[in-house]
Design a protein around this ligand. Sequence first.
Ligand SMILES: Cc1cc2nc3c(=O)[nH]c(=O)nc-3n(C[C@H](O)[C@H](O)[C@H](O)COP(=O)(O)OP(=O)(O)OC[C@H]3O[C@@H](n4cnc5c(N)ncnc54)[C@H](O)[C@@H]3O)c2cc1C
Length: 393
Amino acid sequence: MVTADEIRSVSIFSDLGPAECERLARTAADIRLQAGEYAIHAGDERALYAVLEGRLETIGVVDGIARVVGGRAAGDLVGEVPIAFGTPFPLGFRAAEQTRLLRLSAQDYHALVAAVPAVGVKLGALARDRIGGLQGITADRPPPRALVLGERWDPACAQLRRFLDRNQVTFTWITPDTPEAAEHFGEPLPEELPVVRIVDGHWTLPRPEHRRVAELLGLTTHPRAREYDAVIVGAGPAGLAAAVYGASEGLRTIVVEREAPGGQAGTSSRIENYLGFPSGVSGDELASRALEQARRLGAEILVTRSVSAIDPSTRELHLDGGDALTAQTIILACGVSWRQLPIEGFDRLIGKGVAYGAARSGRRTCTGSTSTSWAPATQPGRLRSSSPHTRAA
Ligand SMILES: Cc1cc2nc3c(=O)[nH]c(=O)nc-3n(C[C@H](O)[C@H](O)[C@H](O)COP(=O)(O)OP(=O)(O)OC[C@H]3O[C@@H](n4cnc5c(N)ncnc54)[C@H](O)[C@@H]3O)c2cc1C
């Protein structure tokens, strides 16, 4: 249990009288964490914490990878900005070593401020200072992790960029015809394109396999275990939702995705009909939020791996490239494969930035006439359509 002396050692409580410190000591939760355990996840509801012993790391998710962007030592407060502005936590906090925290719920904090307004004034001043630090973190974008050199209309280059985008990897793309291309690339331009350079390790890969790129970028491509409670095939919205529910129930859950998380929804610029997003949400954002949620709850997400065979009698799944997994439950969330137009030249045009889509209703309206629905790509190679269901001409 937190003691009255420990309450008084927290800067904003230093002026409280003995009775108030005793009352707060009875109200505050005493939280003990091992190194690596999270005290707070980004998006958690507001509350006020103080570090009593040990140290917390501030965690921001950059390029889909959790990174340490700051820290809090013994005596520091955590949560003054969410408390002051009524917002959820913008960043996560995890213990860097054995750590002890006190936690005050938002209601208990406001009850205290009603009795002792000076506490609110002190907290407001700390929150203002902290906002400056948060702005620094947001402005301090990390340098791109990859450099892509490739032709604008080359489908392999478009696929590579889409792959990096969907795995939330920041990258710079240059085309060989830009004047400063060689200078940017740092060596004579190779003939075989596209090329990706992984900035961290200085690897340069011509016409790379996506799995190799994923490995060099530190994305998860191999399962950590052989047995799982739930194996989910496909990381579209259905697969990620299954992963969230499985992992949140404490099941050992893994998602196997042959490309990148998000599925078809990841390519939509605006989804208006997803529950809980009254103003709509981009497919990218929906996918990255779902991915973060699934990972936070403990689901393992493999990318660039396909499930190539399943033996229903043993519930064994075989992955391309050799790994095998067993599962209590297998969930197939593989989405659909689109039927392709049986016309000459289709393969040549696919991925060049023009898309066609029409819903059943559109087909009925257009029966007997020639009609096309175009979704011009606002970024080369990226499909930019609010929905194929709504764009039938
Ligand atoms: C441009 C666009 C806009 C859209 N807009 C809307 C909208 O506004 N509203 C709406 O309701 N719907 C919209 N949709 C449809 C919506 O995206 C889909 O209904 C939804 O994504 C289906 O989700 P899913 O998880 O079932 O499958 P998918 O999203 O298709 O995901 C399946 C995943 O499984 C993976 N996979 C398949 N086989 C394997 C295997 N053997 N091994 C490993 N992985 C595998 C695939 O790579 C894929 O990532 C849109 C679709 C597109 C393309």
